[in-house]
Design a protein around this ligand. Structure first.
Ligand code: BDP
Length: 720
């Protein structure tokens, strides 16, 4: 009996050992990357320096030993230090490093008297850590050489993850399990995850964390919770990550005992000033507040007849003496008759120039709400005397949760490179926000985190790539999605890890890297094809407000119209699409020329935005000669086929991936295919009621009935 038990325990251990590759190490898989330990023979650096220790730790994982600390030159020496370090000073880098700022760094190899010296140097401690991670990355992916000359400076000064985590442990729009912040246990119990999280972020240059949901509980400002925040801040600080939190604008009255939260009230101002003092006493490097106010039912200055500027400036004044900032969100819209896409611009542009210099307006990439594809928000470049920061959504609220493989870097790249024309050709969103065009005291970018307690952090192995890509683009907004995917795949599925004897690096690149990278690069476009092609947007099922499956039909009586899909697609017997031209809602006028005319004219409007800006007849002739209805059908079909192709491609890479991650991704792709079919069938059968045209006969017939689909509630629980 006992023997049997032992046998089963051993078997279980063996099996779990074989399958233990859960992806928890993210892209930091040093212990799995065996490298040539001859690259360096010794290191000069301060033993107490955090970056030096990080290097030694990871080097040890890769080679099995620490690099010997030496005093004098050896054959291939590594020197790590800041500009004031006596070992760095002789290289005469001071001016260069000063220009790169605290976070910037250089990595150079210098050939001196037959010796090779590699240096990692920076003006600040943070830059040194980023430089070390960059060097490690190069070593990990075999891109290190003795002819290296790297100079890096981040595109944005502030690079934050916004956690939509609630204080009860749930995560709004989170698909990777519960919150990693264990509020109940804090400050007494410190989860080891906090440090792991901080290290992962530092490795890609993220330097800020907003701990809680923008729909904020006032409780975060209570003395009890401030102690918890302090405990987290203490864990993140060594990794140069500042803590921020979202505040509830009504806090002075809800927890402060005041009669009002009017931003112009003297008692209210005093309350916030006192609160800021209390916070900074505990957390001297506290980053500041993120504020969702007068938006989707959240309290705000408009409750008291005040403007966004009044509200933001009052908080900015409280934080200013401590060096803190206010990230004030422009995600505002009401149930008014006006087109939702126009409202943020209309509210904020008139306030340009009225905000204090430590306020940054946080603007979502598109004018509606993180849809699979939107044109950029016209606010970018339009507020010339106010700092703006882009907000993108890493968590896949509208792009398949953690069920679907959708690589978002291509979406952000498209957005950052969009030309606003506001200050002439080349006024891209990136350049209007990173200080290249407007003199901004602070530059920043935010991504809504996709992190939770799931063992792989993000719910889907490939969702890790979105966290990675956000960090890399925040660091360098000129990187391409191809470069980022390449880097991430090499780090995360290193060829060194599996069956090393049975395939060469070239095999791996040909049979794994190339096809899988292609899946990643095509995945967002495929998701658009099978869900909301040609400029369609927000046609999700309203059921439980999940934003997962299709629901172009969803419009129950009594629900605000701008929360129902027909408001957005406007399908009728004439045609489909939202008329935002001069003769419609005139949203086009919010774009600078030549975009305004280009979007307004159906002949020049890019087809990817066609139904975003135009309501067109079903038989409208597309550029390829098809009528609009047919084009819609072919595009949905194309999207479904693309996912099927992803499935086939993934199945072929099995020899190159550990079994756990292989099967996890495989089963999620299977589900993605089923759901893409539901999107295709649901949307085509529904829109067909208006178009009254056949689905072109060379297209695969729908396999579902519309009636069934209208009742279906995709069982998200299975995969979340
Ligand atoms: C929407 C989400 C909602 C958020 C809101 C926001 O559905 O959960 O609270 O954005 O950004 O996309 O404030």
């Amino acid at each position: 009996m006992i023997r049997n038990l032992l046998f089963y325990i051993l078997l279980l251990l063996a099996v779990s050992g074989l399958n233990a590759e859960n992806g928890h190490q993210l892209w930091l898989r040093f212990n799995k990357t065996k490298i040539d330990s001859q690259i360096f023979s010794g290191i000069i650096g301060d033993k107490n320096q955090f970056a030096v220790n990080e290097f030694q730790h990871d080097w040890n994982e890769m080679t099995g030993k620490y690099l010997p600390m030496v005093n004098a030159q050896t054959d291939s020496l590594l020197i790590i230090g800041t500009l004031n370090d006596k070992n760095i000073r002789p290289f005469g880098l001071k001016n260069e490093l000063m220009k790169l700022g605290e976070d910037g760094y250089v990595i150079k190899t210098i050939h001196q008297n037959n010796k090779i010296v590699t240096i990692v140097a920076s003006a600040g401690e943070s830059g040194l850590l980023y430089g070390v991670f960059h060097l490690l990355r190069l070593i990990q992916i075999d891109k290190f050489s003795y002819n290296i000359d790297i100079v890096e400076k981040p595109s944005y000064k502030i690079r934050v993850l916004d956690h939509w985590d609630n204080l009860d442990g749930s995560v709004e729009r989170g698909y990777a399990g519960r919150s990693i912040w264990k509020w109940d246990e804090l400050p007494n119990v410190i989860s080891p995850l906090y440090k792991e999280y901080a290290r992962a972020n530092a490795s890609i240059g993220i330097n800020g964390t907003v701990l809680n949901n923008v729909n904020a509980s006032p409780k975060i400002l209570s003395p009890e919770y401030l102690q918890k925040v302090k405990a987290i801040a203490d864990q993140l600080r060594p990794f140069h990550i500042k803590v921020y939190f979202s505040i509830n604008f009504a806090s002075p009255s809800t927890i402060g005992g005041l009669k009002t939260s009017d931003p112009l009230d003297l008692m209210v101002k005093k309350w916030w000033n006192d609160k800021a003092n209390e916070i900074y006493k505990l957390i001297p490097d506290f980053g500041g507040f993120l504020v969702k106010a007068s938006s989707e039912g959240q309290p705000g200055p408009q409750d008291f007849g005040r403007t966004h500027a009044d509200g933001a400036n009052m908080l900015a004044d409280a934080l200013k003496p401590h060096g803190g900032i206010v990230m004030w969100r422009a995600f505002v819209y009401s149930a008014s008759k006006d087109d939702r896409a126009k409202q943020a611009y209309n509210e904020f542009v008139p306030l340009d120039g009225q905000f204090k210099d430590n306020v940054i307006i946080q603007v979502k990439n598109g004018p509606i709400d993180f849809q699979p594809r939107e044109p950029f928000s016209p606010l970018f470049g339009a507020m010339k005397k106010t700092s703006l920061m882009p907000e993108v959504e890493i968590t896949q609220e509208y792009l398949g949760h953690s069920i679907q493989l959708v690589y978002l870097s291509t979406m952000w790249e498209e957005f950052l490179k969009s030309d606003t024309y506001q200050e002439g050709i080349g006024s891209t969103v990136a350049r209007t926000t990173d200080g290249s065009i407007f003199p901004q005291k602070y530059t920043a970018i935010a991504g809504v985190a996709n992190i939770g307690l799931d063992s792989n952090w993000c719910g889907h192995q490939f969702a890790q790539a979105n966290w990675y890509a956000f960090g890399r683009l925040a660091w360098n907004n000129k990187l391409t999605s191809d470069q980022i995917a390449d880097e991430w795949l090499r780090l995360t599925f290193s060829p060194k890890e599996k069956k090393a004897a049975s395939f060469t690096n070239t095999d791996w690149e040909k049979n794994f890297l190339t096809p899988v990278k292609q899946i990643m690069l095509e995945s967002r476009e495929a998701a658009i094809h099978y869900s909301m092609p040609l400029g369609l947007h927000h046609i999700f099922a309203g059921l439980n407000n999940t934003h997962y499956g299709p629901g172009p039909w969803w419009a129950p009586k009594g629900v605000r119209v701008d929360w129902t899909p027909p408001y957005y697609h406007k399908a009728d017997t004439f045609g489909i699409g939202f008329d935002r031209t001069h003769s419609g809602s005139d949203a086009v006028s919010q774009y600078h020329e030549p975009l305004c005319s280009e979007f307004n004219d159906v002949n020049t409007c890019p087809e990817i935005y066609l139904l975003w800006f135009h309501h067109l007849p079903w038989d409208y002739k597309m550029k390829d000669g098809r009528i609009l209805w047919d084009e819609l059908c072919y595009t949905y079909e194309k999207g479904l086929n693309e996912v099927r192709q992803f499935q086939k491609t993934w199945d072929k890479v099995e020899p190159y991936v550990d079994s756990q991650r292989f099967f996890e991704v495989q089963s999620k792709l299977r589900r993605q295919c089923r759901d893409a079919q539901i999107w295709k069938d649901g949307c085509l059968l529904y829109f067909q009621q208006f178009s009254k045209r056949p689905i072109p006969y060379d297209i695969e017939r729908p396999v579902h009935d519309l009636d069934d689909l209208m009742k279906i509630k995709l069982n998200l629980k299975d995969h979340n």
